[in-house]
Design a protein around this ligand. Sequence first.
Ligand code: SF4
Length: 305
Amino acid sequence: MQCSRRGCNRPAVIYQRYSGLHLCEKHFIEYIERKVKKELRRQMGVESGDRIAVALSGGKDSSALIYMLNKFFHDRRDLQFVAIAVDEGIKGFRKLTLDNAEKLTNKLNMKLFTYSFAHEFGFTLDDIVSRGFEQAPCTFCGVLRRRVIERKAKELGSTKVFTAHNLDDEVQTIMINYIRGDIERLRRLNMHRIDEFVPRIKPLRSIPEKEIAVYAYLVGLPLLTAHCPYAKLSFRFSVKRMLNEFEMRHPGTKYSLLRGYEHLMELLPPSTEHQRRLLTCERCGEASASKLCKVCEIIARMKMH
Ligand code: SF4
């Protein structure tokens, strides 16, 4: 098949069922990068003097994000980028992606800071799993990793945190919150958290996961085949499968869900003072929705068992 762009007769490397377009390598890379730049402008953009912390796992999404940021901004002397990686302590998996993160940041001449659950909390994710709690490992992992990234980004003096959440991640989160009927969380998902947090930006939010994989392959980033052994145990995994099946049968489902959600958020009244009010965790002093934050709850449960 030939590229659908007018005047281009190069062979297509991808067919987008949702748009009906065939794109060659050059036009596909341009398309992805244009979309990411647009998303950056739409969310908050990059401002002179920014010190941006990029959450880097070493997987395809965060590697592609760092690669693009370097491509877009490498000659901007008024900006600083640092990468933050988190070692949750998942045997046989995380080391592979962290090695990748190290190689990539070395190549791009970017500073990489790696923090571990073991050092920050005194236990690894594998330790948590070994206790046999009924919740899926991702529930603990997400809470702890977010804390490490937020805290370290603040300590490093970052003005913004970039994460590599893609369209699939975003739509899964929206669907999970719809299923749980959690409107407040849905509302929060749409906000750039400014108050006491470093604002969080998701530049890949409108790119499907598969397209990021193709982009990463085309620009020569290493594609790891390793998957987290715990991913399949999560509720998110079931939602992911369901959405992929829908997308297959009804191309464009994921984009429709994202746009529908954004439209809905415009119509919803903003949170009331009461809903927005965050308490302070009585143990660690971090912002929390209850007396004890989720991180301190996990630490307490680990001490009890
Ligand atoms: Fe953590 Fe779940 Fe991701 Fe594995 S799949 S790294 S347990 S959030």
